[in-house]
Design a protein around this ligand. Structure first.
Ligand code: MG
Length: 269
């Protein structure tokens, strides 16, 4: 199943999405948050809607997480391109939920940074609370679905600060969307691509993760509880690079769709 979060009668609501590609339509209004479904979207009450083309809907980020947990350096070639060692266990950091925006929203480049990079990633949305997942446990029942994330990063501040909160945490630095789908399988390999102004810049595949999802989820849940709706950004492939005002970034996760955001310069305050 696929769902989005869209403007309906002046409110942000969740809607079921049916169809493929350009023919995708929002066909049902979900009457409860998908994060209350206990991981089973089929159980949610819904009401039929006059079909609305996804391309014509005003979309919000399709997640309301208590936290955004990110994996750094989860693709070997990306670690190498920034001159970093391949880590021996998952490298975890957080982005604030205030950074979230949906597809179509502007990403604001703060005047304090001279280099803002895109990082296209697959996102995992948690469906059931989990803590201390053990090695024998199948992690799939805890996952509600998958989405596209752009882990926008002020690269100069990341290098300068020694830790990443500011560099990763500016408002608008976490575009997510356009929808969440449980119809793809990262274990069998999903293409993750980023384009800037239509030009391909990143071309990765989830089968090349250094740490597969079960390792990532077990690692995170050894030290924090993941709640329904929490978002995991699973790391970016090689090919990160800077963007400037006017650039359009597009992150595509095969089977999920394209997350598109234009960059603007935020004026000095
Ligand atoms: Mg990243």
């Amino acid at each position: 199943m696929k769902y989005c979060r869209f403007l309906h009668d002046g409110e942000a609501r969740y809607g079921l999405v049916e169809g493929q590609g350009e023919e995708q339509r929002i066909t049902r209004l979900l009457l409860a948050s998908p994060h209350l479904a206990g991981g089973d979207l089929e159980e949610l009450p819904s009401r039929k809607l006059p079909p609305l083309r996804l391309a014509e809907a005003s979309l919000f980020a399709p997640v309301e997480p208590t936290k955004i947990v990110c994996v750094g350096r989860n693709y070997r070639e990306h670690a190498a391109e920034l001159g970093n060692e391949v880590p021996s266990e998952p490298l975890i950091f957080l982005k604030p939920t205030s950074a979230l925006v949906g597809t179509g929203a502007e990403v604001r480049r703060p005047p304090i940074s001279q280099r803002v990079d895109y990082e296209g990633e697959m996102g995992v949305v948690i469906g059931r609370a989990c803590r201390h997942l053990n090695p024998a446990e199948d992690v799939r029942p805890f996952i509600l679905g998958y989405t596209c994330v752009n882990d926008v990063t002020a690269r100069d501040l990341q290098n300068k600060d020694g830790q990443w909160t500011r560099a990763k945490g500016f408002d608008t630095f976490c575009p997510v969307g356009p929808l969440v789908s449980d119809e793809v399988d990262p274990w069998s390999g999903i293409s993750v691509q980023t384009r800037v102004n239509g030009e391909l810049r990143q071309d990765g595949n989830t089968r090349n993760f250094i740490f597969p999802l079960e390792v990532v989820l077990r690692h995170i849940t050894q030290f924090m509880t993941l709640f329904p709706g929490d978002l995991i950004a699973t790391g970016t492939p090689k090919g990160v690079g800077p963007v400037v005002a006017g650039d359009v970034m597009e992150v595509t996760v095969a089977g999920v769709g394209a997350l598109r955001n234009q960059v603007v310069d935020e004026p000095a305050h």
